[in-house]
Write a new protein. Structure first.
Length: 434
């Protein structure tokens, strides 16, 4: 028998049926996985000598060792009363997900939920932490022990008077507007409600084009939060970015083209097929090696037979400097010479001279484009992200100007009425102190 600590063991004793329990295996097994393997090994060993009946408290489907034994053809399963069903009935709920307490941390958690095998306080504490993270500390629950079901808040799951093999935790479903913690499918349900005929008038009329710029704005706000190293802001802005992706997905679901499951399936498959050095037979030495494997697999998946296909696949919506550097990177992977820092600097100097000598606007524009292009090349040569470098410089300029204006106003002067000498002095002071 799996354990003789459960009251069902007494029925065998009352019937005069001798049995052995695996309680001692709980003590000597390092983990629940090891316990299951030890039980299966022992039952199969004994089964080689005689017929063996392995008894569990509840249904065989609720016991991992029993499920493992059922994979062998010589095993006959005799069903019993489900522990989860018995606990759910006591708590007064119908359809539900049933999990052993030993499986909670590795499972997808949804309500209604029944967690059985809550045999001790330590087990209850582990289960509580996992469930509180998913559903919130104050979520309503029932603590079932023996024939009694007591209504509790989820955080109280490990604060009950006693625990034994009959204990279970039951979490009923909660209406959407009463939830404190939400998952992806709650999120989708809210968006669908907003897009419904009786939903929000603004959300209902939005199209891909009307909210296109929002995706760019929210992405930049997330980047700002990352640069500020602000976890709370990052959490908020990451949610806004996900909302934009989900909104566009919902519009396409309404058109019958794809849904969120398709989106998630696609990105999961991409992560697996592009990381063949993790999930396949490729090898990668360090981050550069991993990136090479990624790029190789990316070209294969996109059907890019030449490097030109890859070069021409750089998104047109990228900011110009970012796009220029991405194009150069892909060109260089396809054999285009990067050039040394000295060579790039010489081309940059030549372009600057052409710009200075330009007589027509078109000539100046052509020369300036070469200057910016060579700046992107210079960044590639130095391993510098040009887009980020320019953003950092713009931020520094904002600080410098703020300090400049503050100093001028503190002296009672007008920023647009300074002499050349005064302006130079204030600017130098602002740059020095920013």
């Amino acid at each position: 028998m799996r354990t003789q600590t459960h009251p069902s063991a007494q029925s065998l004793t009352d019937a005069g049926i001798a049995f052995e329990s695996f309680d001692e295996f709980y003590e000597r097994s390092r983990s629940y996985d090891a316990l299951v393997k030890n039980i299966v090994r022992e039952v199969r060993r004994a089964g080689k000598e005689q017929n063996v009946c392995y008894c569990v408290d509840g249904s065989p489907a609720e016991d991992r060792a029993a499920r493992a034994l059922m994979q062998y053809r010589q095993t006959i399963a005799v069903d019993g009363v489900s522990k989860a069903s018995a606990a759910a009935a006591k708590a007064g709920i119908g359809d539900f997900l049933a999990l052993s307490a030993y499986d909670v941390t590795a499972a997808k958690l949804v309500r209604p939920l029944v967690v059985y095998d809550l045999a001790d306080r330590v087990q209850a504490a582990d289960v509580k932490l996992a469930l509180c993270d998913a559903f919130g500390d104050e979520s309503p629950a029932f603590f079932v022990c023996g024939s009694k079901a007591q209504k509790i808040a989820l955080f109280e799951a490990d604060r009950q008077k006693s625990y034994d093999a009959t204990c279970a935790l039951v979490l009923p479903d909660v209406p959407l507007l009463e939830k404190k913690r939400f998952d992806l499918w709650d999120f989708i349900a809210i968006l669908k409600r907003l897009r419904a005929p009786d939903g929000c008038p603004w959300d209902r009329v939005q199209t891909h084009s009307s909210i296109r710029i929002n995706a760019i704005e929210e992405a930049y706000e997330l980047v700002d939060a990352i640069d500020a190293d602000d976890p709370a802001k990052m959490c908020e802005e990451a949610g806004d970015v996900i909302m934009q992706a989900a909104f566009h997905t919902l519009i396409e679901e309404e058109r019958g083209n794809f849904n969120m499951t398709d989106v998630l399936s696609g990105v999961c498959e991409k992560l697996i097929t592009r990381h063949t050095h993790v999930f396949g037979s490729d090898r990668a030495a360090g981050a550069d090696g991993a990136l090479t494997v990624w790029e190789k697999n990316k070209m294969k998946e996109k059907g890019q037979e030449t490097f030109s296909d890859s070069v021409n696949d750089v998104p047109e919506g990228f900011p110009a400097l970012l796009r220029a550097q991405k194009v150069r990177k892909r060109m260089e992977k396809g054999g285009w010479a990067r050039g040394t820092a000295a060579e790039v600097s010489a081309r940059l100097s030549s372009s600057l001279t052409a710009f200075e000598n330009a007589k027509e606007k078109a000539d100046a524009e052509a020369a300036l484009s070469e200057i910016l292009w060579e700046c992107a090349a210079l960044g590639r040569t130095a391993g510098v992200d040009c887009e980020q470098a320019l953003l950092d410089r713009a931020k520094r300029a904002q600080k410098e100007y703020t300090a400049f204006e503050a100093r001028v106003l503190a002296d009672g002067k007008d920023v647009n009425a300074l002499s050349a000498e005064e302006r130079a002095r204030y600017m130098d002071e602002a740059k020095r102190d920013s």
